[in-house]
Design a protein around this ligand. Structure first.
Ligand code: E4P
Length: 217
């Protein structure tokens, strides 16, 4: 399962990119708003950092298909590795369907049911983004959704990739990987949590301490 970062913060993107683990960067209107930059400028800046090696996901804000397609075409001009995020709704499906075969790849976002994921795949989305954490937040089981979508896609040989979104902690990532997701998009904080283990920290501290008693040349 590939690891993407769910942020538009340049410092966070750079650090995780340098760790060599990054396959992509996902944004949404809320994530962009946090950075206080013009949308197109923020996306361009990200492509300049990771564009050659990573996919960059940018979301449309129109609510009808015509506007979504127009925005998708404009955003795609920023960089060849831009993937367009389109919200799951009737108009979104129309836009996904119209963009299919144009060379512009789409992600159907805000997916909260297997039925929505199936429609998105059939409309031609290259990716679907089920929101695991937001389901858990309302007392529903996000993992069941990921597992259902993975089973259905495998059973019917659907090539649309599953990007698990709205991840909240390391166990979400491990559970999603075991359920068969293709990608998890992960906040910076959670990537750092995945990196750490108290036995690693303690083990390294002991190695450093013991090294002090080794005779030096
Ligand atoms: C998906 O790409 C979204 O950007 C994101 O994962 C939403 O996460 P949240 O529920 O933490 O806002």
């Amino acid at each position: 399962m590939k690891i993407f970062i769910d942020t538009a913060n340049v410092k966070e993107i750079k650090e995780v990119y340098e760790m060599g683990v990054l396959g992509g960067v996902t944004t949404n209107p809320s994530i962009i708003a946090k950075e206080g930059k013009v949308f197109e400028d923020a996306v361009k800046e990200i492509t300049e950092i990771v564009g050659n090696d990573c996919l960059i996901f940018a979301e449309v804000i129109s609510l009808e298909a015509d506007g979504m397609v127009k925005e998708a075409k404009e955003l795609s001009k920023i960089h060849p590795n831009i993937i367009i995020k389109i919200p799951m709704c009737k108009e979104g499906l129309k836009a996904v369907s119209r963009l299919k075969g144009t060379g512009i790849k789409t992600t159907c976002t805000l997916v909260f049911s297997a039925a929505q994921a199936l429609l998105a795949a059939r409309a031609g989305a290259s990716y679907v983004a089920p929101f695991m954490g937001r389901l858990d937040d309302i007392g529903s089981d996000g993992l069941i959704l990921i597992s259902d979508i993975a089973d259905i896609f495998a059973m019917h040989d659907i090539k649309t990739e599953i990007i698990v979104a709205s991840t909240r902690g390391p166990m979400h990532i491990i559970d999603a990987a075991k359920a068969g997701a293709d990608i998890a998009t992960v906040p910076y904080k959670v990537i750092m949590q995945m990196c750490e283990h108290p036995l690693t920290t303690n083990g390294l501290a002991k190695f450093m301490k013991d090294w002090e008693s080794v005779p030096k040349k």
